[in-house]
Ligand binder design. Structure first.
Ligand SMILES: [Zn+2]
Ligand SMILES: [Zn+2]
Length: 139
């Protein structure tokens, strides 16, 4: 099976390939994503974790989500690029930061999460379905 999606960090120390289509894609305006990205929201594509092939070793930062789940954010220890996230409540799934893709134009957001902590200056497509926190099906 050949990879359909490729990407990596800013310095090139970490590269990834994914041989699957995304299960979900969306933006997240939670405060953790704002801190991790330094921007108004994170933009992610979720894939089956088993299809992710990493070259290089990310460093992981753990945060407790308001759901009680543990979120592990992987970033490059050299350049600091935020690359991927895993949620203990969604095992088998990995969220890839859309901007880390070699071709970010393939990102097609379907929803906005944690709109309740969105910043007034962070405008996101008003046509997208928005959830104040996580959508019920992801709990
Ligand atoms: Zn790097
Ligand atoms: Zn978030």
């Amino acid at each position: 099976m050949s990879a359909r999606y490729t990407g990596g960090c800013a310095c090139g120390a970490i590269r990834y390939e994914i041989a699957a289509e995304p299960m979900k894609a969306g933006h997240c305006q939670c405060r953790d994503c704002q801190r991790a990205t330094g921007a108004g929201h994170g933009s992610f594509m979720a894939f089956p974790d088993a299809t992710l092939k990493l070259t290089g070793t990310p460093k992981y930062h753990e945060v407790k989500a308001d759901s009680g789940n543990t979120v592990r954010r992987g970033f490059c220890p050299n350049c600091g690029s935020f690359l991927l996230g895993r949620n203990s409540g969604m095992t088998g799934m990995v969220a890839i930061c859309a901007a880390s893709l070699d071709d970010p134009t393939v990102f097609k957001p379907q929803m906005l999460l944690y709109a309740s902590s969105g910043q007034a200056w962070d405008h996101v497509d008003p046509a997208l379905p928005r959830f104040p926190k996580m959508p019920p099906m992801a709990r």
